[in-house]
Design a protein around this ligand. Structure first.
Ligand SMILES: Cc1cc2nc3c(=O)[nH]c(=O)nc-3n(C[C@H](O)[C@H](O)[C@H](O)COP(=O)(O)OP(=O)(O)OC[C@H]3O[C@@H](n4cnc5c(N)ncnc54)[C@H](O)[C@@H]3O)c2cc1C
Length: 469
């Protein structure tokens, strides 16, 4: 048996938790002489995942769900024995606010791409010219292959500005809170590029991809999972599984600097301690990773990954306070509408288990490129913005019973055009100059929870492979 090895995971968000948990399982199973330390700067684990429970409401301050389609999420939930708590979203209608009008999302919208024409042609969301331009997708010449381009450039070419601004942009903003004209297509939706390259027309490609489902107008299926008592229960459950003989958790401890030594790394902590590690995973934002290794120039070549600040406000009401109780799960706001909120989830309808009977829970989002200063406003000011907007849109005049504002500063990393090429350069530089150090998390290969979990799984495999060489 080789000598004992120490692995350090920096960052206790879902990526770091996943890496630590799966490492522990592998160490147990293969009886490896390894110890793991998970170091988290704040006093709680979970990072962006945070559930607030009050008066029978389950309020998510960060993510509220994860995609079913990406299996790493449910796999982790099952591993830690929480599968019985998985719940799926209710699939009511979704709306888009264009101008002052809530419009039902046209049937057959596949991330905003029309797979059925008639609901789009009948929709009031688009002008006659906008509809004609959308149909232009069938006749456009094939585009030459391209290493990368912005999401905006790609969709504007195929479907026109109006469809992009009224539908696709608000839908994608809900995920990336970014500038669609800078966002990298290949780092976010490479499948759309592949559709274009194989079918020329994006509409035809989308139809082909989803198969015969585009012909059906029947009930939608749930696409998201959450957990009965909130996503934080996953964090709590992982924590419960940590075996202190293998895993040590150091919370309220920040890694300030990391020095490369001959055969290992020395991590300088903000409590003055130094930890030695044979291998490590950095699961923080890239800007934090840069700070820890600021003596290495290659981080500068990777460039600055910008991150947008966002905030959200969850508001609890009596059901009776909502005069126009629309049959649906929420709405997104189109770029050209004169509102400051960017979206609103009718949480009591989308996730009924979060809300006591006869109550309503609405969650509004603010903050987007060009309006990030809203995040700096006081709780009262953010509440007043949301309540005023909801009054105009849904006729709500009552004040909420209570509200909870959450700010996430520089929290949504922006994968700008060329992201994947830069990532590739970074990986090569790290393998050369920092062997045994791996990066994972939402700055790199996907921001959704399952993407972060997959990256955590990968980091665990990379570390084991490195140590066993
Ligand atoms: C408001 C909001 C809503 C979202 N909604 C969804 C959704 O519905 N579905 C979905 O799939 N995704 C959603 N996301 C995205 C998803 O939540 C995140 O991408 C994911 O949780 C990030 O996990 P992570 O572990 O990579 O990073 P983080 O959660 O950011 O964790 C990184 C951790 O590193 C710690 N850290 C930083 N620096 C140091 C240091 N020097 N030393 C030690 N520790 C350090 C931080 O304190 C933090 O705990 C949402 C994000 C936000 C902000």
């Amino acid at each position: 048996m080789r000598g004992a090895k120490h692995i350090v995971i920096v960052g206790g968000g879902i990526t770091g938790l996943t890496t630590t948990y799966y490492l522990q399982e592998a160490i147990k199973q293969k009886q490896l002489p390894y110890k793991v330390t998970l170091i988290e700067a704040t006093d709680k684990l979970g990072g962006k995942i945070e559930t607030y429970r009050k008066k029978g409401f389950t309020i998510e301050r960060g993510p509220d769900s994860f995609l079913i389609r990406k299996e790493a999420g449910a796999r982790l939930v099952q591993h830690v024995g929480l599968e019985e708590q998985l719940v799926k979203n209710d699939t009511g209608k979704a709306f888009v606010l264009v101008g002052n009008q809530l419009n039902e999302m046209p049937n057959g919208a596949f991330m905003g791409i029309p797979t059925q024409l008639s609901p789009f042609l009948k929709s009031n969301m688009f002008s006659f010219a906008g509809k004609l331009r959308m149909l232009g997708d069938f006749f456009l010449p094939k585009k030459e292959p391209k290493a990368d381009q912005s999401v905006g450039e790609f969709f504007r070419y195929h479907l026109g500005d109006e469809l992009l601004e009224n539908l696709i942009e608000p839908l994608l903003s809900g995920i990336y809170a970014g500038n669609i004209d800078k966002l990298s297509l290949m780092a976010t939706f490479p499948q759309f590029y592949n559709m274009e390259q194989s079918h020329r027309s994006l509409i035809k490609g989308a139809r082909q991809t989803i198969g015969d489902r585009w012909k059906q107008t029947t009930k939608k299926t749930s696409k998201f999972y959450s957990l009965k008592h909130g996503l934080q229960s996953l964090v709590e459950q992982i924590e419960k599984h940590f075996d202190p003989s293998i895993v040590q958790v150091m919370s309220s401890t920040k890694v300030k600097q990391i020095e490369k030594e001959e055969t290992n790394y020395h991590l300088l902590l903000d409590n003055g301690e130094v930890q030695a590690a044979h291998s490590l995973a950095l699961t923080t934002s890239v800007s934090q990773a840069k700070c820890m290794f600021n003596q290495f120039d290659f981080w500068d070549d990777f460039g600055e990954i910008k991150a947008t600040s966002v905030a959200n406000i969850a508001m609890a009401f009596d059901r009776g306070a909502i005069p126009q109780d629309i049959d649906g799960t929420g709405f997104v706001v189109s770029r050209n509408s004169d509102y400051r909120i960017t979206a609103c989830t009718w949480t009591h309808k989308k996730w009924p288990e979060t809300t006591p009977e006869n109550k309503a829970l609405l969650r509004c989002y603010v903050g987007r490129p060009g309006d990030e200063e809203v995040v700096q406003l006081s709780d009262e000011e953010i509440a007043s913005i949301a309540i005023n907007d909801l009054k105009k849109i849904m006729g709500i005049t009552d004040q909420p019973e209570f509200y909870v504002v959450t700010r996430w500063e520089k929290a949504m990393p922006q994968y700008e055009v060329g992201h994947l090429q830069r990532l590739d350069q970074l990986s090569r530089a790290m393998a050369e100059q920092l062997p045994g150090v791996f990066v994972a998390g939402n700055s790199y290969k996907g921001i959704g929870i399952p993407d972060c979990i997959s990256q955590g799984e990968q980091a665990m495999e990379d570390i084991l492979r490195y140590l066993q060489c």
